[in-house]
Write a protein that binds this ligand. Sequence first.
Ligand SMILES: C[S@@+](CC[C@H](N)C(=O)[O-])C[C@H]1O[C@@H](n2cnc3c(N)ncnc32)[C@H](O)[C@@H]1O
Length: 271
Amino acid sequence: MRTNAVFFETSTLTIINEDVLTTRAIPDTTIDLIVTSPPYNVDIPYASHHDELSYAAYLEFSEAWLRRCLAFLKDDGRLCLNIPLDKNKGGQQSVGADLTTIARHVGYQYHATIVWNESNISRRTAWGSWMSASAPYVIAPVELIVVLYKKHWKKTSGSRQSDIQRQEFLDWTNGVWSFSGESKKRIGHPAPFPVELPTRCIKLFSFVGDTVLDPFLGSGSTLVAAARNNRRGIGIEIDSGYCELARRRLEHEAAGNGVETELVLDLESPR
Ligand SMILES: C[S@@+](CC[C@H](N)C(=O)[O-])C[C@H]1O[C@@H](n2cnc3c(N)ncnc32)[C@H](O)[C@@H]1O
């Protein structure tokens, strides 16, 4: 790793405390799979990132990080991009469609879109016009996982060893996934995804021993999934407090505590 921004490192897992737009930690064409959920620009109170840009500035930021991440991927590398279908707060926007278009413009190839039915979430903030056709709002309680790749969809690099079970393959190749979202309070981060999300992406789209990157690591969920499934994992996170949270989760895993006993933190606990 060519950087002094390494926050935490084991033989298989690395946390980089830097901005994905400027980091020099990741050599080009070294990553097999990126699994990430970038900021959604919905005014989430992150510790170090301002999550309320103009929509135009948000799309510019998205283009910049997507371009950087494309360079990190191997030619048969893939990106699983967890984003909202649309945005209702502060004006209606077709976020999923817009980011998919930008990704293609930057040079990614499109493969598929998985709809994540986040069963315990309500996105409703207002009805618009109540029981009137005047101006009703339609709000879908789902998110997307857009599956993109760099040059070749067929994966030829890596161990070629898969660890997905028969029933998992049958279930997960159906592009509607239903499982609950993660609790902010339980994890101690304002917008975590459940470990189930990167776990499915990792087992479905990478080989054992592959290198998985999350450029917006947050609380470290992608690295927890990588550790549980014998992949190498690299996370980039701009906020040192969230890097510390991710480190604590990984050390908790390494101590032999796994799925059943996820580390429980609350937002007020000292980092
Ligand atoms: C939606 S959260 C990711 C949550 C993560 N999936 C989890 O399960 O905890 C986005 C994260 O990106 C981080 N972030 C924002 N801008 C960044 C940047 N330019 N470089 C690296 N990290 C950034 C934020 O601090 C935040 O933790």
